[in-house]
Design a protein around this ligand. Sequence first.
Ligand code: ADP
Length: 592
Amino acid sequence: MKRRRLVWQLYPTYLVLILLVILAVSWFVLTELRGFHYRQTTSDLQSRAELVEQQLFGRFDEGNRSWLNRQVNSLGKRSGTRITLVLKDGRVLADSEEDPLQMDNHGQRPEILEAFAGRPGVSTRFSNTLGQTLMYVAIPVYDDGRLIGTVRTAMPLSDIDRTFQVIYWKLFGGGLVIALLMAPICWWLSRRISRPLEEMTVGAQRFSRGELGVPLKEAGSEESSRLAAAMNKMAVELSERIAREVEQRSEIETVLGCMVEGIVAVDNDEQVIRLNFAAADLFGVSTKIGSGRPLQEVIRQSELQRFVSRALGQQGPLEEELVMHGPQQRYLHAQATPLTGKSKERIGVLVVLHDLTRLRRLESVRRDFVANVSHELKTPITAIRGAVETLLDDEELNPVSSRFLEIIFKQSERLNALVEDLLDLSRIEQGQGWEMRGVRLLSVLESARNACESLLLEHEIDLKIFCPEQLQARVNPPLLEQAIVNLLTNAIKYSEMQSRVVIEVAQLDDKLAIRVQDFGCGIAQEHLDRLFERFYRVDQARSRSLGGTGLGLAIVKHVAQAHRGDVRVTSIPGEGSTFTVLLPFNRTGEVS
Ligand code: ADP
């Protein structure tokens, strides 16, 4: 609906009110005046009738008709009044303006009936005889206390009406003049009320545009000046608050801008809330474009989008390593934490990104170096072993030389095992995208057992395998077998002779757990955290004497990671250890 300005609501209202007041007052005055005039005329006519009655006293009968007619004619002319004498039976005895004999019976005229009843009668009506409205007043005429007729006086009202017509027009004109005179005053009054409001509206619009420096004029009525004062106070507080917010914002901006980590805040609809310089730099976008636009549009990296969708789909934090494709491949460590609003509801996620590209490159250089060195060492070691073996075959060898040659052979064997393990490790580390296929898990476990058969026999270990016969798992069989062999070798090596080892497979919610449990020497708690590091050994001497390289568990860990899984250990010194390989598993029955 279109709203009218206040001045256009007030001004016409004032004008209409003034006109109404003028009309009401005029109507009241005129009605009173007319009533007064009528009353005056009535009493005047009654007085004249009484005078006529005095004049004609004692001669009021038919016998004096012609005298009476002359009398009423002359009295009527002189007083400008119509005079009629009516007998008790209603017949007209004399009339100042008409021939009484021609006039019909007046016995039923209301004023005459009143007069016959003994009271002065008054009536106003249109006279057919004279063709105009007249006021009639009739008074009773008595002779010796006996009613003998009435004297009626009448006067036309048209004079009064004409006078009133003139007064009406004068009043109407006067009213119009007053209304015209009042119009500018009304306009001035209306503007006086509406102007402060209009000024305040303009001021409030200025405030809404952020121009809070120019205060409103505190003028006009008490109410409007109080309103202006309150709005000025509000503007001052608002500008202080804005200044504080801007300061805080620039602090946050500086902190975010200086951060090496990329920060991306995304709302529940996957629209970008914030993006810091590091993140913008990482993805080659501008920090300005971010806000309010879908993540897919701002950062075209499918891995990051999938990661954000997953983080939004769950309650807690999420951590993952992402590979960003582009002209230059980048490795990122992404951490997502839920963003919560004031009422603790989740409004999105905050993603912190660490660039691991340099680290990964260094790791790759290191891996390549280790792989190359191991590879280069393999040939001389094989040559040494071959030569020593040949020398040892010599039957004429003296015992001292034979002892030294055996030491060389044993150490070359150790070196060979070390080089083999190092090569395995770099093979697993480098081998991205291992081919996974569905296999019966039990067959993998049994191959591992077969690989350790001689060791089992040598240590007289009783090995039990508990695994559902048909359980299928999507794995890389040689890799998984190698991990199980490593765990099984350790379980045998670090157990007493004739001990027991158990391999058990359990299906957890979304994981498959392969447990290798022994009842050997166990591992003290303080070693458990570092156990899967390369070359970490609990007891160096024992490990070496058992032919260990210190790389077995590192290999197990990398195999688990190659399957997107993990490895855990629990152990009680003196009672035994349990190593658990956890592989992701979906309920369709396959390791995913
Ligand atoms: P190593 O070749 O020395 O066995 P690993 O990486 O396989 O190297 O194991 C690292 C260390 O963890 C070992 O030196 C050993 O002290 C300890 N360890 C591994 N498995 C067991 C086990 N089943 N019981 C006790 N200690 C173990």
